[in-house]
Design a protein around this ligand. Structure first.
Ligand code: PLP
Length: 444
């Protein structure tokens, strides 16, 4: 019996000990093979055990692993920032490096507020977001998230930021259907702005495609164009939280690339380092940085490990790998195969209500009634059961259910490393087929 050690997500539960990983596969110390169908937490975009990354990290570590950002910059960090400036849309040219997605969104919040303060506008301190969202676990990030279960214990400490309905067509909050709906979900932002007062709002933060809080929910065409127009009209900074959607996950390099929109700030995490080291980033537009440069000159944030050369070198090597192996294209092509295969399974299993997503960020929503989209009762723990059946059979899928306002469904996500092949997509679909069959027998 353990009486010390790592605090695991569920205390008292046994977790297998990892031995090693290669490509989309992981192996525990008992020799069991798992397909990493979720890339961990939608993170390991280039797959496990890539020697080029290990070599790049070893080379950097032997030169210098750490310098403090107040003393030095490094070639690795500058190269990464320049590369991101080349790739990011519009004038997103300046990168503030942090260590986790939560820190990246929290930094975005602070920069948006500081941008207005530098102009003498001190009332713009609220950040709007959507109720169906997850932007991180730290208090600022949680304040912007609609994850009620994660907020519950700390509500007294949180700002009540989220205010807007999600563009969730399968369960439209306005009981309408696209395109006849006139994008009421987009108009809901304007309603919230008028209610709260534009003079009080610094920014609107959104996941281009909603991930952990709903399972790959992508808005209909025209939604982000509308959001951008409304934010410009009311002088509100747009923050695209690309922590999950960025770096090729959705079949384009960035999630916003699916729409005609250019955010003022963009956050990255997860796929930026593909999990080889903790690293995340807040990318900021020329417009915002030039205001701060003409003012106090210093972005009021920072962490000890920000922009450390070791993590930056790992990320440069990951980006090179993504480009040289055409992984963004592979994400798009394999994602289409995955969605086609899942739609076939949808015909076979009456509990699959929706299959959705873009690239290799694919969501499956379980329902108890296909006609009414009625979800299963929460006590049935259908999503959880499916996850554990898959895990037993050696397939890891990602949970996207539980305690999110504006979302009552039971969704899971399939998000394998972007290196997945067509044959491996079939392998994943076969295990899903077997697992769905087992789930059905449990539910009867
Ligand atoms: N933003 C989004 C969209 C996320 O999906 C997550 C994590 O799932 C975060 C922020 C928080 O990132 P981290 O867990 O690295 O702090």
């Amino acid at each position: 019996m353990e009486n010390r050690g790592v605090i695991k997500p569920m205390l008292g539960t046994h977790y297998p000990m990892i031995s090693h990983g290669k490509g989309i596969y992981l192996y525990d110390d008992q020799g069991k093979q798992y397909i990493d169908g979720s890339s961990g937490a939608v993170t390991v975009n280039i797959g496990h055990g890539v020697d080029e990354i290990a070599m790049a990290m070893a080379e950097q570590a032997s030169k210098v692993a750490f310098v403090y950002r107040s003393h030095f910059t490094s070639q690795a960090a500058e190269r990464l920032a320049n590369k991101l400036a080349d790739l990011a849309p519009g004038d997103l040219n300046w990168t503030f490096f942090v260590n986790s997605g939560s820190e990246a969104t929290e930094t975005a919040l602070k920069i948006a507020i500081q941008y207005f303060q530098e102009q003498g506008i001190t009332s713009k301190t609220k950040i709007l977001s959507r109720w169906t969202s997850y932007h991180g676990i730290t208090l600022g990030a949680l304040s912007m998230s609609g994850h009620l279960m994660r907020r519950a214990r700390f509500t007294d400490l949180l700002e009540d930021f989220p205010a807007v309905s999600a563009p969730y067509c399968y369960r439209c909050p306005f009981h309408s259907t696209y395109p006849g709906c006139g994008l009421q979900c987009g108009e809901d932002l304007e309603r919230a702005i008028l209610e709260i007062g534009a003079e009080n709002i610094a920014a609107f933060i959104f996941e281009p495609i909603i991930g952990a809080a709903g399972g790959a929910i992508a808005p209909p065409p025209g939604y982000y164009e509308k959001i951008q127009e409304i934010c410009h009209k009311y002088n509100i900074v747009t923050i695209a939280d690309e922590v999950m959607t960025g770096m090729g996950r959705t079949g384009k390099l960035f999630g916003v690339n699916h729409w005609n929109m250019t955010p003022d700030i963009m956050t990255l995490g997860k796929g930026l380092s593909a999990g080889y080291t903790p690293m995340a980033a807040t990318i900021v537009s020329d417009r915002i940085i030039s205001v701060i440069k003409q003012g106090t000159k210093s972005v009021m944030s920072g962490h000890t490990f920000s922009a450390n050369p070791l993590s930056a070198a790992a990320c440069c090597a990951v980006l090179d790998y993504v480009e040289s192996h055409h992984l963004v294209h592979n994400s798009e092509a394999r994602g289409e195969e995955m969605i086609t295969g899942l739609k076939e399974l949808m015909m076979k299993y009456a509990i699959i209500g929706d299959v959705r997503g873009k690239g290799l960020m694919v969501g499956v929503e379980f329902v108890s009634d296909l006609m009414t989209h009625r979800p299963f009762p929460a006590e049935a723990k259908v999503g959880e059961q499916f996850l554990s059946i898959c895990f037993e059979k050696g397939l890891i899928v990602y949970p996207a259910f539980g305690g999110v306002r504006g979302y009552e469904g039971d969704s899971i996500m399939i998000a394998p490393p972007l290196v997945v092949t067509s044959a491996q997509v079939k392998e994943i679909l076969n295990i899903m087929d077997e697992s769905l069959s087992e789930l059905m027998t449990r539910l009867i």
